[in-house]
Write a protein that binds this ligand. Structure first.
Ligand code: C2E
Ligand code: MG
Ligand code: MG
Length: 659
């Protein structure tokens, strides 16, 4: 019973595949359903390409036949036949012309192919009727015309369906049968010869169709495979940027044709770079692979998240019912990061921010949509990890603002708009100012004073930081030359500056030009700079250390694994981040961290500076626990270069700080 059932389903399946044009049923290359759908799409598009010609040919032939049979007794029947075939042919032709205008589909279903095979069969039957119904009573001329027409239709049909054997068979078989019936009724030797020729031609034609269709299918498979590779991200096996752009283009086209709304979700992993740099690239890759598979699980079956950049993912959500649907998916994306990622035996915590745009509301070109998605994402990232933001008009303003600021920044040095202010370090042991940190300021002609937190990131993104950084170094050295010998200057550096090997030469030159000793120049770096992406940073820093320049680790405690970095370079100072100092007196855990950093620094024989000291309470506490130096508004706000000397004169900037 079971065996019988299995046989039946297998046969049904075979027949379904056979009529769907599946070539493996004829011994051709085997394919999975996705590939078969692609091949059907290509086959269909070829047939549709011929369709107008085929249908015109059919209509013409039908008219010719009607004329040839004008004198025959079957005239009325022939006229009805010809009229029906010609009308149907023109109708089909127009219909397929219209469907060709729609974008070529990537996938054609079995059912569509079944329909094509059925239509081919109906047309074949219409022509198969001709020799049976009209040949016997036709004049010799008429018979000649019928013979020519039938051979022409056989050859034309085989050519039109050259890539779909089952359609070629469905079309030609009824004509063969018609011819066979017609010839079989007549005992003439000439007809036997004709029958022989028809069989020979038919076999050659069919053989040709098979060979051609197999070669065609293989070519399509190779091409699709190649296209798949071009559109696939090799690491995560998700669609890549090329594929994403195509999906976006297609969605926009559908939008303009049918008004179908859609959303674009843009994702950026939070702190991915740190994972990558701390654990190495193989672990970073593994992280991305796991993220990719979690993201893909959040989407609807027909949609694919694409990886469009290092840690950037994007999704086009077609057929959007309500904007909330996009929010649902975005929330699922964010929730996918709730569990940590097991990587190389560790548990890595990740997060993503999401920016959402709706089309056509937020744009109707790929450029506008992506720009606005970027602006929404930027706002999401600013609000913290795991945030989702829809695009708002205000974002557009923010991003335009950033662009304008960027353009202005490019000319800021030339227009003399940048200047340095200096904030002192106070030695708690001697109560003397031991040095000053140079902090950059930008006096914008219309916006007023722009804080570094606003323009330094722009300078870093655009590469302007190199020129600006050089200017800061020269300016700081030149100012330093005017200060007493024992006072140092500390200059902040961005990671990107160490990308450029010329930085070493710049510093050496600036020190030489200002005639100041390298030991008075301190570099402040944050740990992010020591990450592997800037592999050259460590070697440049080491060269500078050999010159006698000192290096301080800024914002200590805010990074990923600050302690690890203490081993990487011989730092001369640690600067405890102001967030710890601010909360130190209220929160015991902050106090514990500050205390242990100070004792650690002492053990390592490294100096320690507390940043952001604002109250005498904080100052006293720091003095008690043995902090070396302090910096903050309590001692002095950053002051202009020409006020530094006055500040140094007092030595003990404010008498109240004395113990
Ligand atoms: P940073 O190096 O950690 O500098 C300390 C920041 O804290 C400065 O902000 C300073 O004005 C502020 N500050 C100092 N004392 C106090 C205090 O008691 N309370 C509070 N609330 N804040 C205090 P600023 O000048 O806005 O600089 C911000 C950041 O911009 C700097 O952080 C530094 O990372 C960066 N930066 C400044 N100048 C440059 C530069 O020339 N190059 C580079 N690459 N970055 C710079
Ligand atoms: Mg600093
Ligand atoms: Mg700092």
């Amino acid at each position: 019973m079971l065996l019988g059932y299995r046989m039946r389903t297998r046969t049904t399946n075979y027949v379904a595949r056979l009529f769907a044009g599946d070539l493996s049923t004829f011994g051709g290359p085997a394919t999975d359903e996705a590939m078969a759908g692609h091949i059907r799409a290509e086959q269909m598009s070829l047939v549709l390409g011929y369709s107008v010609g085929i249908m015109l040919g059919n209509a013409c032939n039908a008219i010719v036949l009607a004329i040839a049979l004008w004198q025959s007794p079957d005239r009325t029947l022939a006229l009805i036949w010809a009229g029906t075939v010609a009308a149907a042919a023109i109708g089909f032709g127009l219909q397929s012309r219209a469907s060709r205008r729609i974008i070529k589909p990537q996938f054609v279903s079995r059912r569509t192919m079944h329909r094509l095979v059925r239509n081919a069969f109906i047309l074949g039957v219409a022509w198969g009727i001709v020799p049976v119904a009209f040949f016997a009573d036709a004049s010799t001329g008429g018979q000649l015309v019928i013979t020519c027409l039938c051979s022409g239709m056989l050859a034309g049909g085989a050519l039109a369906f050259a890539t779909i054997p089952i359609a070629a068979i469905a079309f030609t078989a009824p004509i063969f049968v018609g011819i066979a019936i017609c010839l079989g009724r007549n005992g003439d030797m000439a007809f036997v010869l004709i029958a022989f020729l028809v069989v020979v031609y038919g076999s050659v034609l069919l053989r040709g169709v098979f060979v051609n269709s197999f070669a065609f299918a293989r070519r399509v498979m190779r091409q699709i495979e190649a296209e798949r590779t071009v559109r696939l991200d090799p690491l995560t096996h998700l669609p890549n940027r090329v594929a994403f752009n195509e999906t976006l283009d297609a969605a926009l086209k559908r939008q303009s044709l049918s008004g179908e709304e859609f959303a674009v979700l843009l994702l950026d992993l939070d702190r991915f770079k740190e994972v990558n740099d701390r654990l190495g690239h193989p672990a970073g890759d593994e992280f991305l692979v796991q993220v990719a598979s979690r993201l893909q699980r959040c989407t609807r079956a027909a949609e694919h998240v694409a990886r469009i950049g290092g840690d950037e993912f994007a999704l086009v959500m077609a057929n959007l019912g309500r904007p909330e649907d996009a929010l649902d998916i975005a929330e699922r994306f964010v929730a996918a990061f709730a569990e940590p990622f097991p990587i190389e035996g560790r548990q890595i915590v990740g997060a993503t921010s999401v920016g959402i745009v709706l089309a056509p509301r937020d744009g109707n070109t790929p450029l506008d949509l992506m720009k606005n998605a970027d602006a929404a994402l930027y706002r999401a990232k600013k609000a913290g990890p795991g945030t989702i933001r829809f695009f708002e008009e205000a974002d557009d303003k923010v991003s335009r603002d950033r662009k304008a600021l960027q353009a202005d920044l490019a000319g800021a040095i030339a227009r003399n708009e940048l200047f340095l202010v200096f904030q002192p370090f106070l030695d708690l042991g001697t109560n003397e100012v031991t040095g000053l940190e140079a902090l950059l300021r930008w006096q914008h002609p219309t916006r007023g004073l722009v804080p570094p937190s606003e323009f330094i990131p722009i300078a870093e993104e655009t590469g302007l930081i190199h020129g600006i950084g050089e200017w800061v170094i020269r300016r700081a050295c030149a100012t330093l030359a005017e200060w007493p010998e024992e006072v140092r200057v500390a200059v902040n550096f961005s990671a990107a500056q160490f990308h450029n090997a010329g930085i070493l030469q710049t510093i050496v030159q600036a020190l030489a030009d200002a005639k100041v000793s390298p030991s008075r120049f301190e570099i402040e770096i944050t740990e992010s700079m020591l990450l592997s992406k800037y592999g050259s940073a460590a070697s440049i820093l080491k060269a500078l250390l050999q010159l006698g320049v000192t290096v301080a680790l800024d914002d200590f405690g805010t990074g990923f694994s600050s302690l690890t970095y203490l081993r990487k370079l011989p730092f001369s100072r640690i600067k405890i981040d102001q967030s710890f100092i601010r909360d130190m007196l209220a929160q015991p855990d902050c106090a514990a961290i500050v205390k242990s950093v100070i004792s650690l620094a002492r053990d390592l024989r490294i100096g320690v500076v507390a940043e952001g000291v604002e109250t005498t309470g904080q100052l006293e506490y720091l003095r008690q626990i043995g902090c070396d130096e302090v910096q903050g508004y309590l001692i002095s706000r950053p002051v202009a270069a020409d006020a530094v000397m006055a500040l140094l004169e007092t030595r003990k900037p404010r008498a109240t700080y004395a113990a």
